[in-house]
Write a protein that binds this ligand. Structure first.
Ligand code: GTP
Ligand code: MG
Length: 216
């Protein structure tokens, strides 16, 4: 029987951002469907996929949005970020330019996303270690300076992909818990959990193809 929309405790909207060809879509397909493609197929418009995982004994449905890194769809920017509670900011460890863009992506988040948004910086393509141009240490220092999380992955080798998403979701969950503690009144807590469902649920019908395998 198909799962109903309510078969989860929380729905988290997570956005993938970063320059073109850093591997955003492959990280998503690896996480959502355990698929990888060597072909270069730039994303057009917005797509999303979902996966439900467990954090702190709660079922959390991650609804992950993916868009093109290069073309700037200015008209959809605010809709893309609206309601997002987490972001994976991806660069390619073999391309310094993609790391140099990270600051620009962070400003875009600052301009368009919620202040509570949890950001994870992801250096992808660690399988290409002979071509590495961005050192782990440099990226780690950058992440520490900007108080964001950091990890390195290979979508091709399926290395660290699962744990990066899991870590991001755990961190979002902690932010949610902290908010609940700060608002210790129980009615506020209930309201908060509703907010986290609704916030992530605000799908703009003008956007995106819905993946058949997910998101109902
Ligand atoms: P846009 O949609 O244009 O923004 O690009 P993207 O960031 O979604 O990149 P995409 O996932 O399409 O990957 C771009 C290219 O990098 C493809 O040829 C992938 O096969 C390749 N690629 C993605 N991840 C990895 C990886 O971990 N290792 C290696 N070696 N190649 C990868
Ligand atoms: Mg893509």
């Amino acid at each position: 029987m198909a799962q109903s929309q309510e078969d989860y405790d929380y729905l988290f909207k997570i956005v993938l951002i970063g320059d073109s060809a850093v591997g955003k879509s492959n990280l998503l397909s690896r996480f959502a469907k355990n698929e990888f493609s060597l072909e270069t197929k730039p994303t057009l418009g917005v797509e999303f996929a979902c996966r439900t995982i467990v954090a702190d004994n709660k079922l959390i449905k991650a609804q992950i949005w993916d868009t093109a890194g290069q073309e700037r769809y200015k008209a959809i920017t605010s809709a893309y970020y609206r309601g997002a509670v987490g972001a994976l900011l991806v660069y390619d460890i073999t391309r310094m330019a993609s790391f140099e863009s990270v600051g620009r992506w962070l400003s875009e988040l600052k301009d368009h996303a919620s202040q509570d948004l949890v950001v994870m910086l992801v250096g992808n393509k660690t399988d290409l270690h002979n071509l590495r141009a961005v050192s782990t240490q440099m990226a780690k220092e950058f992440a520490d300076a900007h108080k964001i999380h950091f990890t390195e992955t290979s979508a091709l080798d399926n290395k660290n992909v699962e744990s990066s998403f899991q870590q991001l979701i755990d961190n979002i969950y902690q932010v949610l818990q902290k908010k609940a503690v700060n608002n210790s009144d129980s009615s506020t807590k209930d309201q908060l959990s509703v907010d986290y469902k609704l916030k992530a649920n605000q799908k703009d019908k003008t956007l995106g193809k819905k993946d058949d395998t997910c998101c109902n």
